[in-house]
Structure formats: structure tokens, C-alpha cells
Design a protein around this ligand. Structure first.
Ligand SMILES: [Zn+2]
Length: 156
């Protein structure tokens, strides 16, 4: 079991809408919420679809691959014994209908950071009940695909 962040890091607070998401995460399954009326995907979870206002929803498992949408490098620790710098990233999830996830990049040299970098999920078990999806460079980038995004300006 690999750990990248110390136990003292502030832990996420799950609201009722997000409990199924965290339960899936505990089993190392990355899911997005999907509207059962119009198939719009959303994350973070919400009680109402922003596209059609339906309150019907289920959970769609995604591949765990994606690409680096944007990032920032943080040089101040937020917990005791935390290694710095660390990377806060937004990952565009493959096969998730355009959903992006705010996360951390791990195992990534700073000079390898590049928008569009193919990444894959790397689960960090913080406890028996809490697993957090971090991301690292895809081990086999040839298997990563990029979903074209309108207006993003670059898709490679
Ligand atoms: Zn909908």
C-alpha cells in the first residue's frame, strides 16, 4: 500500500449526496454520477441534474484514465510531515462525459508536468474506510485516449 500524503492531511467531509461516491472509492472504483433521464454526467454529486432538472441518477464506473487539464504546484505543506512541493491537479476523466476531478498528481517530476499529460488513477488508502484517488502519469500512454473538448484549444 503506497502512501503519498501523511495521516494529518485534512480529510474530506462527505455530504449525503457523496456517500455512494466515497463508498465506491473505498473499493477502488472511480465513478461519476449520471442522470437516468438524459445521461448527463456530473461530479461532484448533486441532487438535481443541471441539464434537465431530473432527480433520477445512478453511478457509472469510469476507466480511471484521463488527461491533465490544469494544475498548480504547492510549496507550503498543509499538514505535519507533508512532502513539498505537491501538485494539485484537475484531471479530465476518460469516458466520463466531460467530467473533471480535482485531485493530486503523484509520482510526477515537476519537469514532466504538461497540460494534456495522460494520467491514471493511483488509489491511496488513508484508512480502512477512506481511499482517495490520486493520479500519476499513465504507465502505458498509448492506451490513454483523449476526449475532444469544445473550446479547449488543444487536444493532443
Ligand atoms: Zn438530466
Amino acid at each position: 500500500m503506497t502512501r503519498w500524503f501523511p495521516d494529518g492531511i485534512p480529510q474530506p467531509m462527505a455530504d449525503p449526496e457523496a456517500v455512494p461516491w466515497w463508498e465506491a472509492a473505498a473499493g477502488h472504483r472511480l465513478v461519476v454520477q449520471r442522470c437516468t433521464a438524459c445521461a448527463h454526467t456530473r461530479l461532484p454529486p448533486a441532487p438535481i441534474c443541471p441539464a434537465c432538472r431530473s432527480d433520477g441518477a445512478d453511478w457509472q464506473e469510469v476507466s480511471g484514465r484521463g488527461s491533465l487539464y490544469t494544475y498548480t504546484v504547492v510549496h507550503r505543506p498543509i499538514a505535519r510531515d507533508q512532502e513539498v512541493p505537491f501538485v494539485v491537479a484537475v484531471v479530465a476523466l476518460e469516458g466520463a462525459g466531460g467530467v473533471r476531478l480535482v485531485t493530486n498528481l503523484v509520482e510526477t517530476p515537476l519537469d514532466a508536468l504538461e497540460i494534456g499529460l495522460p494520467v491514471e488513477v493511483a488509489w491511496e488508502d488513508m484508512s480502512d474506510l477512506l481511499a482517495i484517488p490520486r493520479f500519476r502519469p499513465a504507465r502505458d500512454p498509448s492506451t490513454a485516449t483523449h476526449e475532444p473538448r469544445k473550446g479547449s484549444g488543444r487536444n493532443d
